[in-house]
Design a binder for this molecule. Structure first.
Ligand code: PMP
Length: 417
């Protein structure tokens, strides 16, 4: 009898039978508060009626309108709609299926447009598991170990990490920008540097928001050296951080923006956006794929954007995110093992460490598991797996946030006792 490969690591023992809103149900109909949202994907909740209706209608009309063979209306409509929410000037788009593919597409585009090879990525960053995106990824060695050699032309520089270095945010920014400047004069000359790729909140690497001054510093350096700034909004986009885009918190403009996950509420879809003059430098036919911009996924994305607008989900993410952080800080105040609570909007991490600052993965793991046993599904992240992250659907209510904080308090108590 065939079985699933152990190469897939499962965070919880749950066998999901159905999902509704912020809840998942197993085959015994036990209910779980889902603060994973399928790794930040089910932005409108599980099976939002408007997304379901749009997808069902599209399934009966045209499932696969292959976009390099024929065009289809859902993708044209989606492009128009995204134009309303994308940063000014990033008005040329194309689509693939996943975050990793979008990252690779952005790298291809940046290399073609600049004629340069190197991509600067950040230590602790996550951009995917394919060979190209994986080459940019250092959120943990498990994504790279035994897999190399990776794609060449990638150089790494530190991300500002105030908590880890026990320093102020301003000092962390100053030091990380100084390292970046040093990189350009030692490892990767601007003449060889095509792009910088950054997540507005370091996601898999530990839920560390990029300080606005850091993003502004990178923007200024990118302008000075004609290096492109790729903002990876795969996890942070479409309202997740309490602004429509994660980089909105810093008021900067990316040259290339990529987004996926929350965009289509669970259908595989990712988008790459850039200004016309930049996209115009890409070689026609050098991008795309068989399933990219699938008609059902595009219809689901349109419905998702409608729901995000009509239900004020960006504002809700900001409001409930603040409530969640406040509740989690109270739990942390009672348990010194939680050394840091941080995040932006509904992307919040709880870092477990011993008093001397050593990562406490064992307690984090126990708290994560105890939460699942109590009916609260969470994920861990960070190179040491010692950050328990909460990333609920954007429709989460104040009551559900309070329920989650209550269950979390019990789970942490279980873990420390
Ligand atoms: N970029 C970021 C910021 C991500 O968080 C992820 C997925 N966690 C990816 C890229 C890769 O996306 P996918 O798993 O869809 O390939």
């Amino acid at each position: 009898m065939a079985e699933l490969s152990p190469v897939l690591k499962q965070a919880t023992p749950v066998l999901a039978a159905r999902g509704e809103g912020v809840y998942l149900y197993d085959e015994q109909d036990r209910r779980y508060l889902d603060f994973t949202a399928g790794i930040g994907v089910t932005s409108t909740g599980h099976c939002h009626p408007r997304v379901v209706e749009a997808a069902q209608r599209q399934v009966g009309t045209l499932i696969h309108g292959q976009y390099t063979t024929v065009m289809h209306r859902p993708l044209l409509r989606l492009t128009e709609r995204l134009g309303e929410v994308l940063p000014t000037g990033l008005d040329r788009l194309f689509y693939v299926n996943s975050g990793s593919e979008a990252v690779e597409a952005a790298v291809r585009l940046a290399r073609q447009a600049t004629g340069r090879q190197n991509i600067v990525a950040f230590q602790g960053g996550f951009h995917g598991r394919t060979m190209g995106a994986g080459a940019l990824t250092t959120s943990g060695v498990k994504v790279r170990a035994g897999i190399g050699p990776m794609m060449p032309g990638v150089v790494f520089t530190p991300f500002p990490e105030a908590y880890r270095h026990r320093t102020s945010e301003a000092e962390a920014v100053r030091s990380a920008l100084a390292e970046f400047d040093q990189l350009l004069v030692t490892v990767s000359s601007p003449r060889d540097t095509a792009a910088i790729i950054i997540e507005p909140v370091l996601g898999e690497g530990g839920y560390l928001p990029a300080p606005p001054a850091f993003l502004a510093g990178l923007r200024e350096r990118a302008d000075r050296h004609a290096i492109l700034l790729i903002v990876d909004e795969v996890q942070t986009g479409v309202g997740r951080t309490g602004r429509f885009w994660g980089h909105d918190h810093a008021g900067i403009r990316p040259d290339i923006l990529i987004t996926a996950k929350g965009l289509a509420s669970g259908f595989p879809l990712s988008a790459i956006a850039a200004p016309e003059e930049l996209m115009g430098q890409a070689w026609p036919g050098s991008q795309g794929g068989t399933y990219g911009g699938n008609a059902v996924a595009a219809a689901a994305a349109l419905a998702t954007l409608d729901v995000v607008r009509d239900e004020n989900l960006v504002e809700n993410a900001a409001e409930q995110g603040a409530r969640l952080q406040e509740g989690l800080r109270k739990v942390a105040a009672e348990h010194p093992v939680i050394g840091d609570v941080r995040g932006l909007g509904l992307m919040v991490g709880n870092e477990f460490s011993t008093p001397d600052g050593t990562p406490d993965t064992a307690t984090a793991t126990r708290a994560h598991q105890a939460a699942a046993e109590r009916g609260l599904l969470l994920l861990t992240c960070g190179p040491h797996g010692n950050v328990v992250r909460m990333i609920p659907p954007l429709i989460v209510t104040a009551e559900q946030v309070d329920d989650a904080v209550g269950l979390w308090a019990e789970a942490v108590r279980d873990a420390v006792n």
